[in-house]
Design a protein around this ligand. Structure first.
Ligand code: UDP
Length: 254
């Protein structure tokens, strides 16, 4: 089969032209970066696991009527997605203080926040993704006020749903990052969830031990990175245990 035309290469994924107009193929690499790409590495098998985990979470979200760009997984490393116009904002939701909010505001890591907090960062590598307010987003036209209403509404629903889903398998959803895009269909525009949801862009802690099961293991050189991603997939019931094709359902934890 002729290789598809590459449209974009990011830090962890590559986008190829899709088989039909309006579709793209999203390829998951094993490359990992942190601290605005100052730290680089490879996590063997990460792409395969993130492809699976993101497929699982996007499918679950679609079941509760969250519109997403995901169509279907094609193979171990690729998924078919709808082509959207990416809104250049990273939407971060925090339930527990960790990472940059802990540092910036001097809150001890692990402190439960009084309520879930939504923050926005302008997607711009050269500027190091600066934090911005809704004022900047609407004033500079990165998104309109109605777009932002949809984004906040979807983000809070996604947070509620994923918090429960992860808690059911013994994982605390500490924080995560989402990206949204504009999907043009039948003369209409809809805001849909895009990018990926995986341990690369979530903080996931074991609910009992608070052990980190996400990219912080890479950022902070904690080792056992692939094992942690695998354990997330295993608990979600999406890792075929003995190489079999059997897919268990999510495993309930006390
Ligand atoms: N995050 C991300 N991409 C980024 C920045 C953050 O996926 O470019 C995720 C990160 O994995 C974490 C959450 O967003 O789950 C909050 O990250 P934070 O602001 O604490 O920044 P970091 O500690 O990654 O510098």
């Amino acid at each position: 089969m002729a290789r598809r035309r590459q449209l974009y290469e990011g830090k962890a994924k590559i986008l190829f032209e899709g088989p039909e107009p309006g579709t793209l193929v999203q390829y998951f690499k094993d490359d990992a970066t942190a601290f605005n790409a100052q730290k680089k590495g490879t996590i063997t098998g990460k792409g395969v696991l993130n492809n699976r985990i993101s497929e699982f979470l996007m499918t679950k979200l679609a079941e509760i009527n969250i519109p997403t760009h995901f169509i279907r997984r094609l193979n171990m490393r690729e998924q078919l997605i709808k082509e959207v116009e990416i809104i250049p904002i990273e939407v971060v939701v925090r339930n527990i203080a960790a990472g940059s909010i802990a540092q910036r505001l001097g809150i001890p890591e692990g402190t439960r926040l009084p309520r879930s907090i939504v923050e926005y960062y302008y997607k711009n590598d050269a500027l190091g993704d600066p934090m911005v307010a809704e004022e900047h987003i609407t004033a500079f036209g990165w998104a309109t006020p109605p777009d932002m209403d949809d984004i906040v509404h979807l983000t809070l629903r996604i947070n509620d749903f994923l918090t429960g889903l992860f808690l059911g398998v013994g994982i605390t959803l500490v924080d995560f990052k989402l990206e949204f895009g504009r999907l043009y269909e039948n003369e209409e525009m809809r805001i849909v969830l895009a990018d990926e949801i995986s341990p690369d862009n979530c903080r996931l802690w074991d609910a009992k031990t608070n052990e980190k099961m996400d990219k912080d293991r890479f950022r902070r050189d904690l080792g056992k990175i692939e094992e942690a991603y695998q354990e997330v997939a295993r608990r979600l019931g999406i890792l075929p245990e003995a190489g079999s094709r059997d897919m268990k359902g999510p495993e309930t934890m006390q």
